[in-house]
Design a protein around this ligand. Structure first.
Ligand SMILES: C[S@@+](CC[C@H](N)C(=O)[O-])C[C@H]1O[C@@H](n2cnc3c(N)ncnc32)[C@H](O)[C@@H]1O
Length: 417
């Protein structure tokens, strides 16, 4: 009975996602988190919802193999859920069919029952047919995205990247050394595993609610540290974190500055700024001044202007998120081929707005969690061409299939005197 609830909740969430076109994470926090489920059922509902979203094209391929005629969208969601359990989650076939059939009205039960039973009977054949499909079907990514990755990274890495995106992401956190030192953290949270290549980061099996509540750690991928580290901020400086919310990088920069100096944290999203504010309080960051500002609109607030010029500016830019698709499960289904150039224009526009605020010999770090040259190397080249006062000092990136972490890019510019 409890399992049925988990399936019902996952189905409702899938329908909401399809109809309302909202972010998957926001649907999860609304419907799944609030649902009164025991922990294992909640985890099962999460698994079903995100698992189906990760495998949409493949599941629809199998729906197409099982039924030549049109399948209504609501029914398709149920079939996706059933086939996900049978083929990918390897749920006991009887339970998968029985519980999935129970999700639909009486009149649809024979269709769902018939199709899922046929899927079980034809399992070997259907798996083999899927294996023969091109990567974008097998790994359920938009065709244009797979083709561009094949072009940029080669067939092998494109394949690995798609597989990477389809595996649930580990839970990584950064030890917040403003509140606790590393040894004490590891003693207090023995379930955490330190990462050898990134000693400030730890891995957990489950979300460490107590460590988060205490402000002892912040959940973030180690790749997010790159931009903060090359910013090289020092205690006592005045830093602008231009697109700061929800504050993962702000808090790390504050730690690197030993909580001395000033960080002006801006963002255009008031809700995310509220989360930033709460995060700073929990993490014990006391040097942040927060402003709601859109760098592509309106006048610069005098409070921000009065703090310029800044020693260093971090622009952690809005981007396509192609480096973090294992975490933003539905990001792949939102992207359009024209988005990369559109994002590039916005990224350059923000850089232009920030340059006058940077001190001579000051540092600007531009970062994204995108893997796309339009948003990374091309932005750097265009910024250098259009702003002769900038020189490029350093460029770093993390690639999932090479570095085993989320994708990230960071470029460090110096403003010439
Ligand atoms: C990659 S996220 C920042 C993540 C953040 N640095 C962190 O580490 O937690 C990009 C942020 O840019 C903000 N943003 C997008 N366009 C903006 C604009 N024109 N002006 C100011 N903020 C913007 C978004 O609201 C979003 O919070």
């Amino acid at each position: 009975m409890a399992r049925l609830s988990a399936r019902r909740i996952a189905l409702n969430a899938l329908r909401t996602w399809r109809k309302e076109k909202r972010f998957a994470d926001s649907i999860v926090s609304e419907s799944l988190v609030k649902a009164e489920l025991i922990e294992s059922d909640r985890a099962f509902a999460f698994e079903l919802f995100y698992g189906v979203l990760r495998n949409l094209t493949l599941l629809d391929f199998w729906v197409g193999c099982l039924r030549a005629s049109r399948v209504d969208a609501d029914l398709r969601d149920v079939l996706r859920l059933g086939l996900y359990q049978i083929f990918l989650l390897k749920t006991a076939p009887h339970a998968a069919v029985h519980e999935t059939v129970n999700l639909v009205p009486q009149r649809q039960r024979p269709i769902v029952n018939g199709m899922l039973r046929a899927a079980i009977r034809r399992q070997g054949e259907l798996l083999a047919r899927a294996d023969a499909e091109p990567l974008f079907v097998r790994a359920s990514h938009p065709k244009f995205l797979v083709e561009r990755w094949q072009q940029h990274f080669g067939a092998q890495y494109a394949d690995e990247l798609c597989q990477w995106n389809n595996r649930p992401a580990p839970v990584y956190g950064r030890i917040n050394q403003q509140k606790i030192d590393r040894e004490e953290f590891l003693r207090l949270y023995p379930d955490s595993r330190p990462l050898t290549r990134n000693p400030e980061f730890i891995e957990f099996d489950l979300i460490p609610t107590e460590a988060i509540r205490q402000g002892h750690c912040y959940i973030q991928d180690p790749s997010t540290a790159i931009a903060c580290q090359i910013l090289s901020s020092r205690a006592g400086e005045t830093i602008l974190d231009a697109c700061a919310a929800p504050g993962g990088k702000t808090a790390y920069i504050a730690q690197l500055m030993e909580n001395r100096g000033t960080i002006v944290a801006c963002d255009r999203d008031p809700e995310r700024l509220q989360i930033l504010k709460e995060n700073m309080a929990r993490l014990g960051v006391g040097i942040v001044r927060i402003f709601d500002h859109d760098w592509t609109r309106g006048h610069l607030p005098t409070e921000i202007a009065s703090m310029a010029p800044f020693h260093r500016i971090l622009l952690d830019a809005p981007c396509s998120n192609t480096g973090v698709m294992r975490r933003r499960v539905d990001a792949r289904w939102r992207l359009q081929p024209s988005d990369f150039v559109r994002m590039q224009q916005r990224q350059l526009e923000i850089i232009c707005a920030l340059l006058p605020l940077l001190k001579q010999e000051g540092t600007l770090v531009y970062s994204t969690c995108s893997l796309e040259p339009e948003e990374n190397e091309q932005v750097v080249q265009r910024a250098l061409t259009s702003a002769s006062i900038l020189r490029l000092e350093e460029q770093k990136r993390s690639l999932p299939f090479q570095d085993g972490l989320d994708g990230a890019f960071a470029a460090k510019f110096i403003r010439s005197a």
